[in-house]
Structures are given as structure tokens and as C-alpha cells.
Design a protein around this ligand. Structure first.
Ligand SMILES: [Cu+2]
Length: 160
């Protein structure tokens, strides 16, 4: 599922700038760059396939904020997972890759910004898998944002 955000178009501004209509539009604030508050949308949500015996899986996606205020992803849950954690990947002192819960326990998305959850970086960890992560499976995931509240999406299990 995708959340669609409509932003007023401000293109061709120069062409219409002299028209009375445009002057009215400006007066009414129709060309404001973004709505009030955060405006969160999720794109390209997917997860890697893994064998049944694997205890955990990871979800990746692009979280965009086209609003005028920052928002924070604070938690997530899914009936496909016993627990869900927000993780980041890091390099250990020995040079190996590890992962850990994100600092502060949240992922912040600044106004006009985005958070890219990808392999080797930020990700949503599905601990204690309760469903098969086979190619073609679609798993529901609820994202909880500090200001935007619950956003329910579908995770497509596919090859990277
Ligand atoms: Cu992880």
C-alpha cells in the first residue's frame, strides 16, 4: 500500500505570475511549498527471502517526508514477527559487520528529507519470524510515527 501525498504545483510560475489568477493564488497561499506538519509516504517496501530455519529477517524501504515538520519512526509491529526492532548496521572494531538497535530508539525523517532503509544500513528487524519469507509472500507491517501515527504497509518478499 502506498500513501499518496498531493503537493500543490508551483511550476510555470513565471508564466502565470502576471495574471490576476496567480495574484489571487498567492494571496490565498495556494503555492505554499508543503502542507503543515509532517507528510510521510513509504515507497519500495521489501524484505529478503530467507529459509524457514532463519530466526530473523530484515525489511527495507524508503520513508519520505514532504511535509514541513520532522517526524520520527518510533516502532513497528507485524503479525509475521514475534518482535520488531529498528536497527542500524555498523562496523565493529575488528572490521566485521554488526547490527544494533538505532540510537535513541527512533529514525527521524526531516522535513523535505527521507530515510533510506537498505542492506548494510538502517533496517527494520523482524525477530522470531512467524511467517514464511519466501519469494512472492506479502507481509503486513505497521509503522508507528510520533506525529503521523500508524501507517500500515505491505512488505513484498523478493530477491534484492
Ligand atoms: Cu538487524
Amino acid at each position: 500500500m502506498k500513501t499518496i501525498v498531493v503537493i500543490p504545483r508551483c511550476r510555470n510560475f513565471g508564466i502565470i505570475a502576471l495574471s490576476i489568477f496567480a495574484l489571487f493564488s498567492i494571496a490565498l497561499g495556494a503555492c505554499q511549498p508543503s502542507p503543515k506538519g509532517p507528510a510521510i509516504s513509504i515507497e519500495e517496501a521489501w524484505g529478503r527471502p530467507s529459509p524457514k530455519v532463519a530466526a530473523a529477517g530484515a525489511f527495507y524501504m524508503l520513508i519520505k517526508n514532504t511535509g514541513s515538520e520532522a517526524d520520527k519512526l518510533v516502532s513497528a509491529e507485524s503479525p509475521a514477527c514475534g518482535a520488531v526492532e529498528l536497527h542500524e548496521s555498523y562496523k565493529t572494531e575488528e572490521g566485521a559487520m554488526g547490527m544494533r538497535p538505532v540510537e535513541g530508539g527512533y529514525i527521524e525523517i526531516l522535513p523535505g528529507g527521507q530515510a533510506e532503509l537498505k542492506m548494510g544500513g538502517l533496517h527494520i528487524m523482524c525477530i522470531e519470524k512467524l511467517a514464511d519469507f519466501e519469494v512472492g509472500a506479502v507481509l503486513p507491517l505497521t509503522l508507528n510515527f510520533e506525529k503521523s501515527g500508524e501507517i500500515i504497509i505491505e512488505i513484498e518478499i523478493r530477491e534484492p
